[in-house]
Ligand binder design. Structure first.
Ligand code: HEC
Length: 115
């Protein structure tokens, strides 16, 4: 698939996520991650090659990220999105409880080398 197809796919999934309560509104970190983050970041936190290439999605299991990851950093990233706007802000789309739960989830991610 071309870069642009992946990009619009990602944006479409995000737009769809904004229309209805993500994960049925449940504040379960794994569920929130699966429905709001996995499209870009991969089910286990390591992005599919195509997403990494198209958007520059960070590997949440990567050593560089794990070395500086904090709950506050993740919450901030989810609330504001990335500075380059390739990751959207989830303020409004996720409740405070869901953002807290998904931040906890990211901090607990196992960090096995997946590729
Ligand atoms: C549309 C694709 C997309 C979605 C959906 C998405 N992200 Fe991201 N994410 C990105 C991209 C792209 C980056 C790298 C941004 C950059 O280069 O600054 C990133 C970076 C991150 C980072 C790393 C920040 C850092 O300092 O390195 C975290 C943490 C993160 N995302 C968490 C999440 C969580 C949690 C969710 C779900 C609530 C999520 N992302 C949903 C695309 C996405």
């Amino acid at each position: 698939m071309s870069r642009w197809r992946w990009l619009s796919f990602g944006l479409l999934m995000v737009a769809a996520a904004c229309d209805r309560p993500v994960a049925g509104g449940a504040a379960d970190g794994a569920q929130v991650f699966a429905s709001a983050c996995a499209t870009c970041h991969g089910a286990g936190g390591t992005p599919p090659e195509a997403m990494a290439a198209a958007l520059g999605v960070r590997d949440l299991n990567g050593a560089e990220f794990r070395a500086r990851a904090s709950r506050d950093l993740v919450e901030h990233q989810v609330r504001t999105g990335s500075a380059n706007k390739k990751m959207p802000s989830f303020t409004g789309a996720l409740s405070d409880a869901q953002i807290a739960a998904v931040a906890d989830y990211v901090m607990r991610l196992p960090a096995p080398p997946t590729r």
